[in-house]
Design a protein around this ligand. Structure first.
Ligand code: PEP
Ligand code: MN
Length: 264
């Protein structure tokens, strides 16, 4: 069902208030890796509003390699994050890690993000298929393109067609960067599926100074949108600071991304 053989026309994910994720409408989503404080959320919103970015990212349930790392503010943090964004007309995308979180999150999220560690959590995908709310599925850490498409098929076939895909880098033998952003996936996915394709250069690269070139390359590869991490003080971020842009870098990236998109 997610194949272009079944549906030729590109899908549109409508978030309301004039925010539509679709081919031909370049989407930007930006924000911290983790939601930390009210002040952090307010400052990020001001930065996004100033740059006309309509979707803020931020996790409250964080999948961390070590159980001793910061694991997120949980549902109370999500309520604060959502309320602040709503005041300013900003939509939010945030990660859902397990089935039991879907219902409590429902009233406080605009897009459920399925993280790379949960791409093949088929119980989670089945349940998201029953929900009337957009979902973005990230590619698995060692997942193939076809596996990502099958994961999408779980949600779509369950009845939830408000779906998009995200290339976020895969684990390879290369150690010079955190992951290997697979830009091959972009034209292949665009050809194979009618779903919007988003690229996450932050997790794909993992190194702040190299986020911009990969984000621009992703646009030229055909991405329908970019999701990236930004924080007022990346060096103080609770997670993923090394791949997080400060607001000046983020502003510059937004300008270059839009100019690059115009060239396409
Ligand atoms: C994130 O978006 O902060 C995240 C944990 O991403 P991924 O699932 O791609 O690692
Ligand atoms: Mn992160």
């Amino acid at each position: 069902l997610v194949s272009r053989k079944w549906k030729v026309n590109p899908s549109v994910v409508d978030l309301g208030d004039g925010v539509e994720i679709k081919q031909g409408n370049f989407t930007l989503m930006a924000g911290p890796c983790s939601i930390e404080t009210e002040e952090q959320v307010e400052k990020t919103i001001a930065h996004l509003v100033a740059n006309n970015v309509r979707i803020m990212r931020g996790g409250v349930f964080k999948p961390r390699s070590s159980p001793y790392s910061f694991r997120g503010l949980g549902i109370d943090g999500l309520k604060m994050f959502y309320a602040k964004c709503q005041e300013h007309g900003i939509k939010i995308i945030t990660e859902v890690m397990q089935v039991s979180q879907i219902a409590p999150m429902y009233d406080y999220t605009d897009i459920y993000q399925v993280g790379a560690r949960n791409t093949q959590n088929f119980n989670l995908l089945d349940e998201l298929g029953k929900v009337d709310k957009p979902v973005m599925i990230k590619r698995g850490i060692s997942g193939t393109i076809d596996e990502l498409l099958y994961s999408a098929e779980y949600v779509f076939s369950g009845g939830n067609e408000k779906l998009m895909l995200c290339e976020r880098g895969i684990r390879t033998y290369e150690t010079a960067s955190r992951n290997t952003l697979d830009l091959n996936a972009v034209p292949i996915l665009k050809d194979k599926t009618h779903l919007p394709v988003i690229v996450d250069p932050s997790h794909g690269m993992g190194i702040r100074d190299y986020i911009e070139p990969m984000a621009l390359a992703a646009v030229m590869a055909g991405a329908d949108g970019i999701i990236y991490e930004t924080h007022e003080k990346p060096e103080e971020a609770a997670s993923d600071g090394a791949q997080t842009l400060n607001f000046a870098e983020s502003e510059q990236l937004v300008k270059k991304l839009r100019a690059t998109y115009e060239l396409r």
